[in-house]
Design a binder for this molecule. Structure first.
Ligand SMILES: C[S@@+](CC[C@H](N)C(=O)[O-])C[C@H]1O[C@@H](n2cnc3c(N)ncnc32)[C@H](O)[C@@H]1O
Length: 239
């Protein structure tokens, strides 16, 4: 796995990722909607449907502007904590939560997925939407998810992927590698963010390789579910 970073400066991936999301935060939700053709809502909703252990406490890692956390709250009465390393993403999330009057149910805070400030065996469920690919140290981040989950706790992880079947594979390749970076750059005014997206996705371990990583950490009943004909991968695993 190559170390794909947004800017290729002397800084570490974590610093670069933080800067990038701080930079594009104000356009993130708009671009998410446009570039996923609105499908992102369905992907999160599907992931949440796998949290069938009646969770009381959910951690949403790499919560960004809190869409996964807000969506989780619609389908469960759990208390939800969202953490993210980008202050600007979190601030947009906080405003949304305030507008929805969900401040008593969802708490957002700055936090690093590779060094979670929570006790062992604390959460009933953990969600990560389009976040793990950005971790500087993937294994460390997955281990932290495992540590903070209760026994039989469930984790759901969403990641963009590459469809494998003709003709979607070919159409998607053109869209993802050329059109998306072009429109992403114009709308976000960030030259790198929407080039980093396909680069990091193309380089990320998928399917069986990712499942092996989960199993190595100790997760069981690991599942890989392809959503929207393989545009997005959903992983579900149990501690
Ligand atoms: C593509 S956004 C996803 C946001 C949200 N989960 C969603 O579904 O829209 C990825 C987020 O991961 C966050 N992130 C990346 N590395 C992180 C880390 N080590 N710890 C916490 N958050 C991180 C970024 O700041 C960014 O907000």
């Amino acid at each position: 796995m190559k170390n794909i970073k947004p800017y290729n400066t002397h800084e570490g991936k974590k610093q670069e990722v933080t800067k990038m999301f701080d930079n594009i935060a104000y356009r993130y939700d708009l671009l998410n909607g446009i570039l996923s053709l609105g499908l992102h809502k369905y992907w999160r909703k599907t992931a949440i449907s796998y949290l069938n252990n009646n969770p009381k406490k959910i951690l949403d890692i790499a919560t960004g502007t809190a869409d996964f956390a807000i969506s989780a709250r619609k389908f469960s009465k759990a208390k939800i904590i969202g953490i993210d390393i980008s202050k600007n993403m979190i601030n947009i999330g906080k405003n949304k939560i305030k507008k929805l009057n969900l401040q008593n149910n969802i708490h957002l805070q700055i936090g690093d997925s590779e060094n979670l400030k929570f006790n062992d065996n604390y959460f009933d469920a953990t969600t990560v939407g389009f976040g793990v690919r950005n971790f500087e140290n993937l294994e460390k981040g997955l281990k932290e998810i495992y540590r903070t989950l209760k026994k039989n706790g469930i984790v759901t992880i969403l990641e963009p992927s590459n469809p494998e079947k003709f003709p979607l594979k070919q159409i998607f390749n053109i869209y993802f590698n050329y059109l998306l970076p072009f429109f992403g750059k114009i709308i976000s005014k960030n030259n790198r963010a929407y080039k980093y997206l396909p680069e990091s996705v193309n380089n990320f371990p998928k399917g069986k390789v990712f499942i092996k990583k989960l199993e190595k950490i100790g997760f069981k009943k690991c599942q890989h579910i392809k959503l929207s004909s393989g545009i997005v991968d959903l992983y579900v695993a149990i501690k």
